[in-house]
Design a protein around this ligand. Structure first.
Ligand SMILES: *Cc1c(COP(=O)(O)O)cnc(C)c1O
Length: 338
């Protein structure tokens, strides 16, 4: 058996999703005339309580457009040391927006109000202007850790009081909401903008939607065009996103249950030093030598991502079945015979 746990981006559209893509009414979205794109944008904006949405080719572009729209050169953004925006977007904040970054050292990637407050700078000529705070929910490098509603609300209130913009990198926001047992309406009014990814756990092939106020999205739309992200008959992709929202949100709890089962087995393996708490679909654990363990797992047909010299990440998603998880748990226990 082969079980690929490297990433929840590995999903392939199923027959129903491909059918929805074939049937989608299309138009030129640069002219604002693709009905399926408009439907996806308005559906997500309504769900999350924003005025408007913008379909983007990737989550990276959605986050980078948000940063560019919220800031001016010489501004500074605050994010966590583990955040995707800081680690995995090629330093795009400097390249696209000319801003600097100051990092919190949160708990599994989750920042607190106190940590943000410590990083605010006085208004001197020699300091950048703190302008934007971004959080990620769930936090990928935090092992899929989840900000609770109270934690998000506290940060939101603080940002509002300080006049700072507050952005959510919601690549896995539906995983977070599933773990919390809330619908997207629980987030209404907390953020100035949010990105929501369709091509992670939701299983669409391409795309993220940036959400915000009408004026924010109008500006963001111009920046998307400047970045080369204006797409034409992109409704064929948006249709996959609409299908994913309809069909693949309710099954995320299964991914979480399967990830927890893998984590429990890892905790019983003597060769595993530590397993991060597993709240959603991501399992991160510590070993002696991540490369060596990754190769050994690959030999047993289990593909994983080495996340640092000593960390390994496994991710569950819609192609990972109970049978596969059974196979993985069996192999994990045989991996290093005594
Ligand atoms: C995957 C991901 C993104 C966006 O990634 P793309 O591959 O550019 O779509 C953003 N934030 C987080 C936390 C992610 O995991």
């Amino acid at each position: 058996m082969k079980v690929d746990l490297r990433s929840d981006t590995l999903t392939q559209p199923d027959a129903g999703m491909r059918e929805a893509m074939l049937r989608a009414p299309l138009g030129d979205d640069v002219f604002g005339e693709d009905p399926t794109v408009i439907k996806l944008e308005t559906t997500l904006a309504t769900l999350f309580g924003f005025e408007a949405g913008l379909f983007c080719p990737s989550g990276t572009m959605a986050n980078q457009i948000a940063i560019k729209t919220h800031t001016q050169p010489l501004d500074e953004i605050i994010c966590d040391k583990l955040s995707h925006i800081y680690n995995y977007e090629t330093g795009g904040w400097a390249f696209h927006s000319g801003v600097s970054v100051r990092l919190t050292e949160g708990a599994r990637g989750k920042m607190s109000v106190e940590q943000v407050e410590e990083l605010l700078l006085p208004d001197y000529d020699w300091y950048p202007n703190t302008r934007l705070v971004t959080i990620e929910n769930t936090v990928n490098k935090g092992g899929g850790s989840v900000y609770t509603l109270d934690e998000m609300r506290a940060l939101s209130d603080f940002c509002k009081a300080k006049g700072l913009a507050f952005h959510l990198d919601g690549a896995r926001i539906f995983n977070a909401l599933t773990a919390l047992g809330h619908g997207p309406d629980a987030l209404h009014g907390l953020f100035h903008s949010a990105s929501v990814c369709l091509s992670k756990g939701l299983g669409a092939p391409v795309g993220s939607v940036l959400l915000g106020g009408a004026a924010f999205i109008k500006r963001a739309r111009k920046i998307r065009k400047a970045m080369g992200g204006g797409m034409r008959q992109s409704g064929i992709l948006a249709a996959a996103g609409l299908y994913a929202l309809e069909n693949n949100v309710k099954r995320l709890a299964d991914d979480h249950r399967r990830a927890k089962r893998i984590a429990e087995t890892l905790r019983r393996c003597p060769w595993v030093k530590e397993v991060m708490p597993t709240e959603t679909n991501i399992v991160i654990f510590t070993v002696q030598d991540a490369q060596e363990t990754t190769a050994r797992l690959a030999g047993a047909g289990i593909l994983v991502s080495p996340f640092s010299p000593i960390h390994i990440r496994m991710v569950t998603y819609l192609h990972i079945t109970d049978d596969m998880v059974g196979y993985v748990t069996e192999k994990l226990q045989e991996l290093y015979p005594a």
